[in-house]
Ligand binder design. Sequence first.
Ligand code: ATP
Ligand code: MG
Length: 263
Amino acid sequence: MSDLRLRVENLSIDFGGLKAVSDFSCELFQGELVGLIGPNGAGKTTVFNMLSGIYVPSGGEIEFRDRRGYTYLAGKLKAAKLNRIGIARTFQNIRLFSNLSVQDNILIALHAGRAANPLDVLFRLKRFRTDEKRMITQTDELLSLFKIEKKKSELARNLPYGEQRKLEIARALASGPCLLLLDEPAAGMNPQETEELMKLISFIRNEFHLTILLIEHDMRLVMGICERLIVLDYGRIIAAGTPEEIRKNPAVIKAYLGSEAVG
Ligand SMILES: Nc1ncnc2c1ncn2[C@@H]1O[C@H](COP(=O)(O)OP(=O)(O)OP(=O)(O)O)[C@@H](O)[C@H]1O
Ligand SMILES: [Mg+2]
């Protein structure tokens, strides 16, 4: 299909005998919002680490198609290269430049996608100045999307936890991805912040024409916004389908959801 964004086949990795992920396969299409769920230690973050170039898989294939339609065998590419071709992520444990301002955290990511070449920068040519202006405007827009524009001069580390999470997503967006991987973006947020964030993620997907793979522990929320879910347990996919299919899947109920969490 022409709008295939990511094809993953039999992706596996082991750590000294522990098969953290085995034969993980999936296809993600342009514009999809898909949830990746499973109990603690199931291998969700490890899948992200392979998709984003942090771990080299011990087996399997990752094929990624960028916005222009170029296809890459992504399994062995490094994180920086994958980011340049359109795969961005956030981390379960927030990773920001904590001693830089909110604005600078975004500018650094925008910088990766800028058009000016090093000579322009050196001689402060027109293209560089225009670029700089554009980046400041884009930063303002991104920050206001996440309602943290008033904090733009504060150091990232001084932001409340929930706002740091938002800043991390804004920064991921600033790199201009077409595939966004969000690892428990609502962790540590209160229910109201979480609900708002989920709506925002859905909005961002539409607005930026993104494909999003979302790890999230709150089943009700994830089922509310995702079209499809993939369920991992002990490193293997035990179910995949629509929220309704997953909700009634006996293997999922047994492995993970528990009767009270399914509703
Ligand atoms: N670098 C590593 N070295 C050794 N073992 C690892 C490494 N990374 C992950 N693991 C192991 O792989 C398994 C899967 O871990 P992973 O962090 O992917 O789970 P998870 O589904 O994200 O869990 P959680 O919901 O708690 O975040 C765990 O048993 C973990 O201890
Ligand atoms: Mg994890």
